[in-house]
Ligand binder design. Structure first.
Ligand code: GLC
Length: 729
């Protein structure tokens, strides 16, 4: 047992962050000045400066604002002609000719729709998210959009919250790795390139804690939870060079996020040294009035700029009030100039001063074979086989297949929330039933909806059951519509909507082998489905090529290898339920209910395959991790013990049994997806450093404490049979 003193030995400055106490308020990082920016800034009037901080939506509002000489950029302007027309006014008709920046929500595709981000996170493969962002950036920039409002990095543990669909799930380590990959996909090393865009890490910070899973809501979190869970993905994005950050619609400990100087100035611009632009969310400045935090628009503008918001998206409060607030001394010239400096620097980094116009000849108007292939690969890697008693994969030589369920012929619902807005983005996906027909041309494939997605009408279930009885195999496609997740799409009940559970039960009653395919944007309560279904494939909202990718998986062309990035609870009553929960004084009872079996339906990290794997031979390079730049390498051997090639995701978790802040029972600190042929083996190695074993305390300090660290390795958070320990000190 380490002594009290040594156990609490605090070593600040690790984890890539200087010691910061909640009281400490380091000056915002001194960012090297760009002489081009400084020269331009010196020539600008107050009105011109304020104009750069104004962001409007749509071409009409942009023209109006330009006429008033007060516009920095616009969002939701689609098409090169419209964008170039506005750019020409800004560049040729304004005194300083400062180009506009054009933004858009590019969440999982611009023209080619990829699977929703929560699906991509299920791949446990940063290359998947980087690929999607790379394709999206190229399509968007070629079409005049140079700023994507993504990635969404909100850690989420509440499936009632519709926006869980847009993020990377419940784990900070996975979220940070995917954040870095997505920023690099969007921005590359130089986002002035004609196939790169400025990214936007959002929604900063703690949005996923919105009370009750209701959107736009109150969020309370301790400093240690903020730094240990909700900030890491944003820190990773900043380290990857993210160009912009967007505050959240929620509050942070009693302060609207858009007015929270601790997170915006002290942490983001100070501790993390962020030198980009903080852009408000839609009307986020003016909403401070509704939060009962600001007296009026001028007060909201003062509070927002002072707290660290640089650009006002569509509220107009900055444009209407900052000049007067500056004159009265209510806002400082330092803050105003810093905001303008950041906006100008962003535009220079985008190359807009040199190349303000998009080339009409390059505009993307439709998906290509290459982007479709990428979307199909990503969708296949993003699916999670939750259960399989042998029904899958299906044989293409099967005689008759009945496809049933309200989403079997879905198109838009395969795209999911925040579908692309680019020209050609409305290209309909191949439906699941058509994809199955194409995959099994000799089979007699029928389709019977059986019921609607969200209706009490059971009159069609009998026909679906009859179709199932007449077939050799059945595919039941159920889930949610695209408008049941995303912004302002919270659900109080996370079961399958309508009478879909009854449909599944009726198909089970047919006695025919069947598989359930889920199209959804959140974890669902599938306890009733799991009770009767022999196979369940989580396909999420799989995008433009989702139908084809589902057929690839159903027939074994692709062996599913995804894992859950978020817990599936047994019931909405368990929420919030997540794997990395704190230890408690009553480890068993604190996770259970009188009326539920213990544990989740499926745990974070869970996912099956059509083959089997063995993970063994755990080795550590050392039994001690020196705090001064030490490292411990952890190795395991993975073997494909089955008859089919497939992917496994090896997961490494830590547990700190004694610490000055209560630690989670497991925290992910390594994952690797490997592909192995039957009988193949490989060694997977993880390197642990103090960054992995330390944690933040309630003063916002990163601490590494002497003591023992437990290592667990397996293929799911609830399946880590390999165990070892090492000491830290
Ligand atoms: C929305 C969303 C945000 C989006 C922005 C612009 O309300 O909260 O994610 O980027 O407004 O559409």
């Amino acid at each position: 047992m380490t002594s009290e003193l040594s156990r609490r030995t605090v070593l600040a400055g690790l984890g890539g962050a200087v010691a910061l106490t909640a009281a400490a308020r380091p000056a915002a990082a001194t960012v090297p000045r760009d002489p081009r920016v400084e020269r331009l800034l010196a020539r600008m009037s107050v009105a011109e400066k304020v104009g750069q901080l104004n962001l409007v939506t749509g071409a009409d509002n942009a023209r109006t604002a330009l006429a008033g000489g007060a516009l920095g950029g616009a969002l939701n302007v689609i098409g090169v002609p419209a964008i170039n027309a506005l750019q020409e006014i800004a560049v040729k008709q304004s005194p300083l000719g400062i180009p506009l920046i054009f933004g858009l929500d590019v969440i999982h595709g611009y023209t080619t729709n990829f699977p929703i981000p929560l699906a991509q996170a299920s791949s446990f493969d940063p290359e998947v998210t980087r690929t999607e962002a790379t394709v999206a950036a190229a399509e968007a920039r070629a079409s005049g959009i140079c700023w994507a409002y993504g990635p969404m990095l909100d850690l989420a543990r509440d499936p009632r919250w519709g926006r869980i669909a847009e993020g990377n799930g419940e784990d900070p380590y996975l979220g940070a790795k995917l954040a870095e990959a997505k920023v690099r996909g969007f921005q590359g090393d130089d986002y002035s390139a004609d196939d790169k865009v400025a990214a936007c890490a959002k929604h900063y910070v703690g949005y996923g804690l919105s009370e009750g899973g209701r959107d736009y809501n109150t969020a309370d979190l301790s400093i240690e939870k903020m730094h240990n869970y909700y900030l890491p993905a944003f820190r990773a994005a900043v380290r990857a060079g993210v160009a912009t950050v967007m505050p959240s619609f929620s509050s942070i400990n009693g302060v609207p996020a858009h007015a929270d100087s601790y997170t915006l100035r002290d942490v983001l611009k100070g501790l993390y040294g962020f030198d980009g632009v903080v852009v408000s969310d839609w009307g986020g400045i003016d909403q401070m009035i509704a939060w009962n935090y600001a007296a009026d628009g001028a007060d909201a503008a003062r509070l927002g700029l002072s707290a660290g918001v640089d650009m006002d998206m569509v509220s107009g409060d900055f444009a209407r009030n900052l000049a007067q607030l500056l004159a009265s001394g209510a806002v400082s010239r330092t803050h105003l100039d810093d905001a303008v400096r950041r906006v100008l620097r962003l535009k220079y980094r985008l190359g807009l001063f040199d190349r303000p116009y998009a080339d009409p000849a390059r505009e993307v108007t439709a998906p290509t074979a290459a982007t479709r292939a990428a979307a199909r690969t990503v969708a296949g890697r993003s699916m999670v086989l939750l259960k399989n008693s042998g029904v899958l994969p299906l044989s293409t030589s099967v005689g008759a297949i009945a496809v049933v369920g309200p989403l079997g012929q879905a198109t838009g619902d395969l795209i999911g929330c925040w579908g692309g807005a680019g020209v050609g983005s409305s290209t309909p996906p191949t439906t699941i039933v058509d994809a199955i027909r194409a995959a099994a041309p000799n089979a007699n494939v029928t389709y019977t909806a059986g019921c609607a997605i969200n209706s009490a009408d059971t009159s069609g279930i009998g026909a679906a059951a009859a179709a199932a009885s007449a077939a050799d195999a059945v595919v039941v496609v159920v889930g949610e519509s695209a408008v049941m997740s995303g912004e302002n799409r919270s659900r109080s009940n996370i079961k399958l909507p309508g009478v879909q559970e009854q449909l599944v039960s009726a198909i089970a009653g047919s006695g025919k082998p069947f598989a359930v395919v889920l199209i959804n944007g959140r974890p669902l309560d599938l306890s009733a489905v799991d009770a009767v279904a022999p196979a369940i494939l989580e396909a999420w909202a799989p995008g433009l090529e989702g139908g084809n990718a589902i057929a690839d998986v159903l027939f074994g062309v692709v062996n599913p290898g995804g894992k859950l990035p978020v817990t599936f609870p047994r019931s909405v009553g368990q929420i919030p339920y997540y794997y990395n929960h704190d230890n408690t004084g009553h480890p068993g009872s604190s996770q259970s209910y009188l009326d539920l079996p213990a544990g989740p339906q499926w745990a974070f990290g869970h996912g099956m395959s059509y083959t089997t794997f063995a993970i063994g031979n755990l080795t550590l390079s050392a039994d001690h991790l020196r705090r001064s730049n030490g490292s411990v390498r952890v190795g395991v051997t993975v073997t494909n013990t089955g008859k089919r090639a497939g992917d496994e995701v090896v997961q490494l978790y830590l547990r700190d049994p004694v610490a000055s802040i209560i630690q989670p029972i497991r925290k992910l600190r390594g994952f690797r997806r490997v592909t192995l042929d039957p009988g193949g083996s490989t060694t997977v190695e993880f390197t642990l450093t103090c960054d992995d074993v330390g944690f933040y305390d309630n003063d916002g300090r990163f601490v590494v404490e002497n003591g023992t660290m437990e290592v667990y390795v397996g293929n799911s958070s609830d399946n880590t049979p390999l165990h070892a320990t090492f000491t830290v000190g």
